[in-house]
Design a protein around this ligand. Structure first.
Ligand code: PGA
Length: 255
């Protein structure tokens, strides 16, 4: 397997931060700093920011995404947004299965799978998140948990569709806590996910899959994480709200 088969992707996840005006300002600030990036650059923004962010990013190498997507194209689903709606305002990506959705909003592996399939069918690119809780790591079942999640979340997704899926390994204990998995811990799980993809699909599909690490990745620790063989980028929360920090992570992924 050859790391150069894969182009890394650095994706910012703004979570519930920034108004449309602030979104536009941050994209304008980041744009020149990442113009020469040797990796993919994405911001996954609040729904109401997508149009402003897409307008600010137009003509640049920055792509815009949402932080979730519903599995139906329309209907009586109060509070939900469809893939078609996201695309109509300029989103090309959707984060699906983020641990905050799973923990605080009752998302299950089954609903994550429905969202993944619908997003891919509509032509969105997917950033599919998985990861273990602290107790699960302490119990030594990290890989079982991540394999279980990934298997259900990808059920019914073909090898060709998987080219439009980025898997983000995000240990829940590392998200927003300032605790980062060590490069070795992060790589071990990303490698295990790649191994699972080889089992579910084939060696070539697995070798080409983009697998990110997420969880307190920042300007200081990004280079060591991204140097790992099976880590192809990052999903960045807090540090994606600061132009210089985000650009430094993009630079680390481009090196
Ligand atoms: P963090 O968030 O970088 O703030 O830990 C990562 C994420 O939730 O994707």
């Amino acid at each position: 397997m050859d790391k150069s088969l894969r182009t890394p992707v650095i994706a910012g996840n703004w979570k519930m931060n920034l108004t449309p005006a602030a979104a536009k300002a941050l994209i304008e600030e980041v744009k020149p700093l990442v113009a020469d990036a040797g990796c993919g650059v994405v911001f996954c923004v609040p729904y109401v920011d997508i149009a402003a962010a897409a307008e600010a990013a137009a003509g640049s190498n920055i792509k815009i995404g949402a932080q979730n997507v519903h599995w139906e194209s329309k209907g009586a689903y109060t509070g939900e947004i469809s893939a078609e709606m996201l695309q109509a305002v300029g989103a090309e990506y959707a984060v699906i299965g983020h641990s905050e959705r799973r923990q605080f909003f009752g998302e299950t592996d089954v609903t994550v799978n429905l969202r993944v399939k619908a997003a891919l069918a509509a032509g969105l690119k997917v950033i599919l998140c998985n990861g273990e809780l602290l107790e699960q790591r302490q119990q030594g079942i990290t890989m079982e948990v991540v394999r279980y999640q990934t298997k259900i979340n990808l059920a019914g997704v073909s090898a060709s569709a998987l080219a439009n899926v980025i898997i983000a390994y995000e240990p829940v204990w590392a998200i927003g806590t300032g605790l980062t998995a060590t490069p070795e811990q992060a790589n071990e799980v990303c490698k295990g996910i790649r191994q699972l993809l080889a089992e579910l699909y084939d060696a070539d599909t697995a070798a080409k899959a983009v697998i990110q690490y997420g969880g307190s990745m920042n300007a200081a620790n990004a280079a060591d994480l991204l140097a790992q063989y099976d880590i192809d980028g990052g999903l960045i929360g807090g540090a994606s709200l600061k132009a210089k920090d985000f650009a430094a992570i993009v630079a680390a992924a481009s090196a």
